[in-house]
Design a protein around this ligand. Structure first.
Ligand SMILES: C[S@@+](CC[C@H](N)C(=O)[O-])C[C@H]1O[C@@H](n2cnc3c(N)ncnc32)[C@H](O)[C@@H]1O
Length: 237
């Protein structure tokens, strides 16, 4: 973007190069590369996944698409429980740790790690029994999030399940930083969209919602957080 200065002195106008803000996706990627390179994150699977594993078994899931797999803790846990996992993340630093953990845990046969931006990827049609998005879909504005949920619905086989956690408006970070749009703020690192229960119920109207409950925990960096835990099934018909 360029701005042209006024030539008050009669000299040729000044051309000022204004800073071009990075797209939100690049800021998310930078932020996670930084976080993953600074801190070694737990090997243990998220309690949310451990507690909800029974749904994957009850729904006869065999393959799982893990969107925003981070350092691979959930993908490895699921692989050890017998699932085939496609794990996707665009953080090179996260993927470096994930790759090493996948090898160390002898999961190279059951976890395919893709270094990609899942918003730009083809997710396929009726390709997965389960799509997992554990704290990876809150960076997006409402319309983009709705578009991703539609893609996830298409990617699931009938009866498949969508397992997600995303921010609630009860989270302490709600309203912190610059307001970008309704319920969406940027606290200096990257955008976060916070949701009410009713909004999520509306967005998930094409699913049979099995669970939509408040989930209080600490995040990867030890901060208290309030999220929505969602288990939603794609209808058979
Ligand atoms: C809060 S971390 C959660 C990681 C993992 N699900 C967990 O719970 O351990 C969010 C992850 O989503 C990834 N991510 C965010 N947007 C993404 C995108 N558009 N494509 C690929 N990965 C993305 C980030 O790089 C980061 O690793």
């Amino acid at each position: 973007m360029t701005e042209t200065g006024t030539a008050l002195s009669g000299k040729p106008p000044l051309t000022v190069q204004a800073a071009v803000p990075k797209p939100a996706s690049e800021r998310v990627q930078d932020e996670w590369n930084k976080k993953f390179s600074e801190k070694v994150l737990p090997d243990e699977p998220d309690k949310f996944i451990v507690e909800n594993l029974h749904y994957l078994k009850e729904m006869n899931c065999k393959n799982v698409l893990d969107l925003g797999s981070g350092t691979g803790r959930d993908a490895i846990f699921l692989a050890k429980k017998g699932f085939t996992v496609t794990a996707v993340d665009f953080s090179e630093e996260g993927n470096k740790i994930a790759r090493e953990r996948i090898e160390r845990n002898n999961c190279t046969q059951s976890v395919s790690l893709l270094s990609d931006d899942f918003t730009k990827m083809e997710l396929g049609t009726e390709s997965y029994d389960c799509v997992l998005a554990n704290k990876s879909l809150y960076y997006f504005a409402l319309d983009q999030f709705q578009g991703l949920v539609r893609k996830i619905l298409a990617a699931l086989r009938p009866g498949g399940i969508f397992v997600m956690r995303t921010y609630s408006i009860e989270d302490p970070q709600y309203r912190v930083g610059k307001k970008l749009e309704d319920k969406m703020y940027d606290a200096g690192d990257h955008p976060r969209r916070f949701y009410t229960k009713t909004e999520l119920q509306d967005i998930l109207y094409n699913f049979n919602v099995i669970t939509l409950r408040k989930d209080v925990s600490t995040n990867l960096l030890g901060k208290y957080q309030v999220m929505w835990a969602v288990i939603a099934q794609k209808p058979f018909h």
